[in-house]
Design a protein around this ligand. Sequence first.
Ligand code: BTN
Length: 323
Amino acid sequence: MLALLLEGGAAWSSGEELSRRMGVSRTAIWKQMEGLRAAGYEIEAVTRLGYRLLARPDAVTALEVLSGLRTRRFAREIAYRESVGSTNEWAKELAREGAAEGLLVIADEQTTGKGRLGRSWATPRGAALAMSLVLRPELPPHEAPRITLASAVAVAEGVRESTGLAAGIKWPNDVLLHGKKFCGILTEMEAEMERTRFVVCGIGINVNLTPSEIPSEVREKATSLQIEAGCRVLRAPLAAAVMSKFESAYDDLVGGRFEEVLARWRALSVTLGRPVRVTSMVGGEVVTGVAEDLDETGALLVRDESGQLHRVVAGEVTLRGEV
Ligand code: BTN
């Protein structure tokens, strides 16, 4: 019903047409309208004209996300809760219980959201997107980080499409606006030696956070879409746009076309061509130089002042000249 009202836009949808398309009685249509109203949708109803949607709530319920979804597999099944500790933790539980690839776990609030390197991640109620996708790729475990690169591409492209803001990616997977981070990605997996059992890709986007909702210790380096755009951004259509971009990048990745993903990543990069300082997660080595390119596996290639090329598989990048 919601999809039909959205499809109608500003035009009226007659009760008769809706009941024909939904295959239910006009009384059932009226009851569904009442249900939507109770859930925060503003619906105008006029005799002989029908119904039209005036406003929708900024909710991230399954109903809202599904109504704008254009994917084939991703997020076709959604597990939603108003409040959870961490969507990654909940998604891992569901994956262990056998959840299928494509299940999207989403919450309006996280009370113990997790960041990379044991840090915490703030997800205040009603302001952020916190979502975790269950994947079951036929990839050896060492190739799983490629999924993180694909997800960063999905967020940057999804934000560009939904808001027009020029989001860029800092290697490997922070998504930035004007040099400040608004999205973090935490990919976790369970695997045996040669077989990946499942991957949970957790995406946190600061959508409508105000400056005071951004934790003070990262306020200098972090931002939100609302702060950058100067207006509120609806979260569910953004989630749907990210899912659609993610699905196409993931299909390339598991279909042996990772080069396509890398090409999309390069086009969105704010790291390549810039002077950087990289702390490698392997051995804690610090490399300073210019970020030259990604190799075919997604590792960052940094050329130091002596002309030597360093290959960084996992690490933290600081763009030089920034905090
Ligand atoms: C980072 O430190 O940059 C990664 C942040 C990842 C946050 C997201 S929010 C959804 C998912 N659930 C979590 O607990 N963490 C990730």
